[in-house]
Design a protein around this ligand. Structure first.
Ligand SMILES: Nc1ncnc2c1ncn2[C@@H]1O[C@H](COP(=O)(O)OP(=O)(O)OP(=O)(O)O)[C@@H](O)[C@H]1O
Length: 590
């Protein structure tokens, strides 16, 4: 059994997130407090104004009441301004937090699952949806506070006159029904609108990526039609949203004045009968207006519903199943021996890889060959734990990969891809970036080994040239990706078609440099070229997701099926996967 040590846990980085959440909650509390304070000032105004009016009509001393009215008015304005200020800050803080959470979830997720999402869909969720979701907490606080005004107005009205109160109460259920219908219908239509928006964004990004192909094929018109096809649907859903909004506003727009009118009529009768003073009448009318203002919460309710739907979409990113890591480390100075034990990978109900008892001795170079779609990339991803097999385990120097700490895994296993994602920064920074930062010396050495040093030196600022201003060919990008992998090479280096854009001579040169000047370890090289297989210590031959044979290139060359992988000779019918076809199946050491 290999030596393992319990992992030293890093201090939790969740503290920042907790601080941000606390700040967000603080801002929400400020929005709520300021909007409640503004509502209280609004509710107090009519009764104070009514009292002031009565005192003025009676030639009484109304100076203090007038001052109080002015103070309430100024107070309401001030608190409204503060509400707007804190709402803006709260929206920004919450949106940032939603984005961070969704992005972290996406980056933590099993790469296979994350890749299944289109860039447009992810982009829409991280921009539009995150902004809507970030606006929801403040909208919720304002919505809660906006109920203070009508409820407070109703309570105050009850003190002024019970008849007018009864009249307003009779009309409120109709307003409540309008709001309920709006909240119910708008949820579904907003969700549909957001889905269609994401679909258009996905198609647009796909088109931008394939511009060259589209131009060459002359299919621009067809592509435009494809991108814009969901536009009619989006327009319909947008119209439906506005129709729902408009209908709610129109209904409340009719109900509110009718209710106010009825309350004024009742108040007028009470004034005529001498049961109300002029000031009370003024206060009662104003309170009836404020109580009926519950209909004006439709837009806040809309923002809350939109935010809820948007949050659901951002949570789908945040809660993607993460690639869990263990607490173990590898035995020190291990050679990088790799073993696939009972491995099975199933995609869409189809078995795309099966490998059992495959052992690659540490320090060797193994070429993974097979026809297109035979499972080479799946095997590479499983071997370096970009994805876990559905069954079985992969062991590196005797330790299961899923039991390693994240740091150990990413330090000891490096990847180079056919189309590397290089990120941003200068050429040196791009090569140095990784689980641990490579030193400038390592960067240069790695670039040299990857055959990148020459063209990097010819860039305007050499290694300090920002990548964005360095026009690179596909092969040059590939070599920078290789350099990055070489600079971080641990005991296992997985190269998935990572030299496909290099000419044969350069590839040979890179291979020699890899053996000479990159940290020794096991190399798993997915390749289509016979020359790569020929130079490897061992070849792992895949067919239809199964390991057909493992052996040296020379040994396997005897088999017509193997030669056919390189389009040489007659293949004949392929034997079933279970039939060992190589001289020493699935466990051959060089
Ligand atoms: N995420 C996935 N969902 C569904 N099918 C998948 C997924 N990943 C791989 N496959 C399928 O698994 C099979 C093997 O794919 P893989 O990319 O490993 O082939 P490959 O041998 O590397 O091919 P190529 O030489 O063309 O790159 C293919 O049929 C592919 O369609």
């Amino acid at each position: 059994m290999a030596e393992t040590r319990p992992r030293k846990r890093r201090p939790p980085s969740a503290r920042d997130a907790a601080d941000r959440a606390k700040r967000g909650r603080g801002l929400e509390a400020l929005v709520l407090s300021c909007s409640v304070a503004a509502a209280v000032a609004a509710v107090a105004q009519p009764v104070v104004l009514g009292r002031t009016l009565d005192l003025l009509l009676r030639d009484g001393d109304a100076g203090r009441w007038l001052a109080l009215s002015a103070a309430l008015l100024v107070g309401e304005l001030l608190f409204d301004c503060l509400t707007s200020l804190f709402t803006g800050r709260c929206n920004a803080a919450r949106t940032a937090s939603v984005r961070r959470g969704a992005l972290a979830g996406l980056l933590r997720a099993v790469p296979d699952r994350a890749r299944a999402r289109t860039p447009g869909d992810v982009g829409t969720r991280l921009t539009l949806n995150a902004a809507d979701a970030g606006g929801a907490p403040a909208a919720k606080a304002s919505l809660a506070a906006s109920l203070v005004t009508p409820l407070g107005a109703l309570a105050a009205l009850a003190f002024v006159d019970l008849w007018v109160t009864a009249c307003v109460l009779a009309g409120l259920p109709a307003l409540a029904l309008v709001l309920r219908a709006f909240a119910r219908d708008t949820g579904a239509s907003v969700a549909a609108y957001q889905r269609t928006q994401a679909r258009i964004a996905s198609r647009l990004l796909e088109t931008l990526e394939g511009t060259a192909t589209i131009t060459a094929a002359g299919t621009a018109a067809r592509e435009r039609a494809r991108v814009l096809a969901p536009l009619a649907e989006l327009a319909g859903q947008g119209r439906q949203m506005w129709a729902l909004h408009g209908r709610a506003l129109a209904r409340s727009g009719v109900l509110v004045p009718l209710l106010t009118l009825a309350a004024t009529a009742v108040g007028g009768l009470r004034l005529a009968s001498g049961d109300l003073s002029v000031g009370d009448m003024l206060a009662a009318c104003r309170y009836a207006q404020l109580a009926a203002g519950v209909g004006g919460t439709a837009s806040l309710l809309g923002a809350v519903v939109r935010g809820r739907e948007a949050r659901r979409r951002t949570l789908e990113l945040e809660e993607m199943p993460p690639l869990a890591h263990g607490a173990f480390r590898l035995p020190p100075d291990g050679p990088g021996g790799l073993e696939l034990r009972g491995v099975r990978v199933v995609r869409d109900g189809r078995e795309v890889l099966r490998a059992d008892g495959v052992r690659v001795p540490g320090g060797t170079t193994v070429a993974v060959v097979g026809r297109s779609g035979s499972g080479k990339s799946v095997l590479a991803a499983v071997a370096g734990r970009l994805v876990d097999p559905d069954e079985g385990h992969v062991l590196l120097d005797g330790v299961r990969l899923d039991r390693l700490t994240r740091q150990e895994l990413r330090t000891e296993v490096a990847f180079a891809f056919e189309r590397p994602e290089l990120g941003e920064g200068t050429v040196a920074e791009v090569i140095a970036a990784g689980a641990r930062r490579a030193s400038p010396e390592q960067v240069r050495q790695a670039a040299h080994a990857a055959g990148a040093d020459g063209f990097v030196r010819r860039l305007p600022h050499g290694y300090d040239t920002p990548l964005a201003s360095a026009p690179l060919s596909g092969g040059e990008r590939q070599r920078l990706g290789l350099a990055r992998a070489f600079a971080h090479a641990g005991r296992l280096l997985v190269m998935d078609d990572a030299t496909s854009s290099l000419d044969t001579a350069t590839e040979h040169e890179v291979d020699r440099a890899l053996r000479r000047s990159v940290r020794p370890g096991t190399r798993l090289v997915v390749a289509h070229r016979q020359s790569v297989a020929g130079r490897a210590d061992l070849v792992l031959w895949l067919e239809d997701g199964c390991v057909r044979a493992v052996g040296t290139h020379r040994e396997l060359w005897e088999l017509p099926g193997y030669r056919a992988v390189f389009a040489i000779g007659d293949t004949g019918p392929a034997p079933a996967c279970e039939t060992p076809a190589a001289p020493r199946p699935e466990e051959v050491r060089p």
